[in-house]
Design a protein around this ligand. Structure first.
Ligand code: AMP
Ligand code: MG
Length: 417
């Protein structure tokens, strides 16, 4: 039996960053940028107005007050999206909209609120004079050329994880396609004679295959594409054929068939069709985890994560091992799931020196985080995963944790940064 860290180390040693591809901008959300992206022009491309107001010269308004307004001659209007056609001189103003190019000569925009604009609108008067009530400082309400992005600078470095903000930045520099690291395809195979697939008729002595769905959902949640291979029988021929169906994927995940029972033949097939790197990890749930590589006819290998069949064990071992493996393939650098310190409000007894991942519900109160167990912790009780938002970690070296102890909790719903 090896530790969680050793097991993860062996898995990560074997998976590598996938090759790059070019994709339409929006489809790149959640992928890693594969090249340094430089800005082809300045953003904003020119000085422009940050407010709806009047573009003027500071000299014309610097002494303006409500009692002694500066009275300026309005020489025109400048909406956004049009070239600037005016030159502002002392004593003149251009009525300007947010985002419109700043006319030559102007060095400040006075917002409508600091003028008699609303009175003019109310009176429906089209005046060529505007009253300015405040001498706001030079440069105010102007967005300077390049204040966001300077032409030629690195805007999105290689390896950046593309979130909605990065998609926006790439759009702002006119990118329609982006080089990204390809998404891994993860083949998912359920094993077990007792399983029928959802949508099929279920005899009373059978159960539905839920693992393929919870695992595929986890794969999708972390930005990869699942390839569901259905259910294989606990029989060498059928299971071998089914496993071979998954060899075109970047990772094959099986669930079930890795324990000590008579029908647990997944690891035998892994040994025959490839190479086992480890079996059994010092954790609970999830001890009978198998990992290795399967050989393909073309000589290449495919990593194979043989997860335990119990629905909770399958989900937790995916979270601890499958998730970092696929994130690495996607070129992600930070593989750490956010972990917090929380006061455990229940006691946990550790009977067999394994690291326990206990399902908890974490709440935040004034003084910090508190975690309570989500009820019975059997590894077949999938609803206890559904009612959990975290996994509290009880170290393998600790025999008993008493209520009130501070523990590490992996926050299942939080994203790695
Ligand atoms: P195994 O590891 O194959 O012995 O399976 C352990 C337990 O998990 C058994 O009770 C199985 O019926 C159950 N199990 C295995 N695979 C699945 C699955 N795909 N969906 C739901 N339960 C499963
Ligand atoms: Mg089984």
């Amino acid at each position: 039996m090896i530790s969680v860290e050793e097991a993860l180390g062996k898995i990560l040693d074997l998976v590598h960053v996938l090759e790059k591809e070019e994709k339409p901008l929006l489809e790149c959300l959640g992928q890693t940028c594969a090249e340094d992206i430089y800005a082809p022009f300045y953003i904003p491309p020119s000085d422009n107005s940050a407010m709806d107001g009047y573009a003027v010269q500071y000299e014309s308004i610097k002494e303006a007050t409500r009692e002694h307004p500066a009275i300026l001659h309005v020489i025109g209007e400048s909406p956004a999206g049009e070239p600037s056609r005016f030159i502002v001189k002392p004593g003149t103003a251009v009525r300007i909209m947010t985002g419109a190019l700043l006319p030559d000569g102007a060095d400040v925009v006075v917002p409508f609120e600091e003028t008699n604009e609303s009175l003019l609108r109310q009176a429906n008067a089209s005046s060529v004079e505007i009253y300015i009530y405040r001498g706001i400082s030079s440069g105010a309400n102007i967005r300077k050329k390049g204040e966001d992005i300077v032409e030629g600078t690195l805007v999105i470095p290689k390896d950046t994880f593309l979130r909605p903000a990065e998609i926006g930045v790439l759009a702002s520099i006119g990118k329609t396609v982006v080089p990204v690291i390809r998404k891994p395809v993860v083949a998912i195979l359920a094993t077990g004679n007792e399983l029928v697939d959802v949508g099929e008729k279920r005899p009373p002595y059978n159960i539905y295959n839920s693992n393929s769905y919870s695992l595929a959902a986890q794969v999708i949640r972390y930005g990869c594409s699942p390839k569901i291979l259905g259910v294989a029988r606990d029989e060498v021929g059928n299971l071998t054929d089914a496993i071979r169906q998954g060899l075109d994927a970047d990772l094959l995940i099986t669930s079930g068939g890795v324990s000590m029972g008579d029908y647990d033949i997944v690891k035998d097939i892994l040994a025959k069709e490839g190479e086992i790197h480890f079996w059994t990890v010092r954790m609970k749930p999830g001890k009978p985890l198998a990992f290795g590589v399967l050989k393909r006819d073309d000589g290449k290998t495919v990593p194979h994560l043989g997860l335990p069949g119990n629905p909770v064990s399958a989900m937790i071992t995916f979270e601890i091992f499958g998730r970092p493996a696929i994130l690495r393939m996607m070129g992600r650098k930070n593989l750490e799931k956010p972990t917090i310190k929380a006061v455990l409000e229940d006691g946990v007894v550790n009977t067999d020196d394994r690291r326990i991942f206990t399902r908890v519900w974490v709440t935040q109160r004034d003084e910090g985080y508190y975690a309570t167990l989500t009820g019975p912790q059997g590894s077949g009780i999938l609803t206890s995963m559904s009612s959990a938002n975290g996994l509290a970690i009880i170290p393998e070296t600790v025999k008993e944790v008493f209520p009130g102890t501070v523990v590490d909790v992996i926050m299942l719903g939080w994203d790695e940064g």
